[in-house]
Write a protein that binds this ligand. Structure first.
Ligand code: PMP
Length: 323
């Protein structure tokens, strides 16, 4: 679907996947006006096809658009574009229990000009790709790297938007994590380099010994994860207290060492919920919950997966059936 100032959205179409011709002066190539979303379509227990909370992705897409001075996309256009593509690509949705069709809606400034101002023309596109299980051979706790050199987002910046630039800025930190033998990077806040923000592509939760869950608050520097919000709801349903408050690296470390913090997990669309078993930083390392997958973590994971796959009731209206 195309957008031009004064004209609005027009020219919606489905085409076979092919390169998009682009002028070298296309605004996105120079000033990075680009946003995206990520969600999945999958087969459910009743033989149908569903998506998980695509309306939440549509809302977040428009929050990202607003932050990047881009036009809002009507929620109905966002949802229809996904439904239409899934219907056409139905045969490409993997049938295995963990397989799904990954959907990547994105929008970028297509206007041809050089100059720093919001573009007046945009292109909204959705591509789809079949994906298998995130963890082959079962879920194993991951090791994370607490980056001493890089932060992800400063107050007033674009941290809460899902824009490509945020990920470009996080690549060096992720490379540092891999070099340190870790799976993912944990970012600390940009002001004091003290409080935990999130992982490279996931939000983070801490399970305390009294059953309370703590997760960093949405202060504009972390992505408002849809899995994060779903986990908060499910944990409260299960009787846990959930507190959104700043938690420092020192509190995490001391809590993990004393046993006051029993479990730590990360969550996001790609892997749903992932236990974190160990944290490394330049001068040391510590394990969480003895490096094993925690009980609360695995129970929340199972509840979420069961709702997504249709083997538990969808009491919150999260499942959008396609067919
Ligand atoms: N934080 C970042 C930086 C991410 O890229 C993602 C993945 N979209 C998340 C958190 C988790 O968000 P969600 O649960 O909506 O996938």
């Amino acid at each position: 679907v195309r957008y031009a100032e004064g004209k609005g959205w027009y020219d919606a179409r489905v085409e076979a996947r092919a390169p998009i011709p682009m002028d070298p002066a296309s605004a996105v190539l120079h000033y990075a006006q680009e946003i995206f979303e990520g969600l999945k379509a999958y087969h459910t227990a009743d033989g149908g096809v569903s998506m998980f909370r695509p309306d939440a992705n549509a809302r977040r897409f428009n929050l990202s658009a607003d932050r990047m001075s881009m036009p809002a996309l009507p929620e109905a256009v966002f949802l229809d574009s996904l439904r239409e593509l899934i219907t056409i690509d139905r045969d490409w949705i993997p049938t295995g229990e963990d397989g799904s069709l990954y959907l990547r809606p994105f929008m970028y400034a297509s206007e041809v000009f050089l100059g720093v101002r919001p573009a007046r023309e945009y292109l909204y596109v959705v591509i789809a790709s079949p994906v298998g299980a995130y963890f082959s051979g079962g879920i194993k706790p991951v090791t994370v790297w607490v980056s001493p050199d890089y932060t992800r987002a400063a107050p007033g910046g674009t941290g809460a938007a899902k824009c490509g630039g945020n990920y470009a800025a996080s690549l060096a930190a992720q490379a540092e994590a891999i070099e340190a033998g870790c799976d993912q990077v944990v970012f600390l806040d940009a002001v004091e380099q003290k409080y935990i923000d999130e992982l490279g592509g996931m939000n983070i939760f801490f399970v305390f010994d009294d059953g309370t869950l703590v997760t960093p608050p949405l202060t504009g520097t972390i992505l408002p994860g849809i899995t994060r919000e779903s986990v908060i709801t499910l944990a409260r349903d299960a009787g846990h207290e959930v507190v959104e408050r700043p938690i420092s690296f020192d509190e995490w470390r001391a809590g993990a060492e004393s046993g006051r913090i029993r479990e730590t997990f990360a969550c996001g669309t790609a892997a749903v919920i992932t236990p974190i078993g160990e944290a490394r930083f330049p001068s040391g390392a510590f394990t969480v919950g003895g490096g094993a997958s925690g009980e609360v973590t695995m129970s929340l994971r199972q509840q979420l997966v069961d709702i997504q796959r249709g083997s538990a009731p969808d009491t919150h209206g999260w499942i959008h059936k396609i067919a």
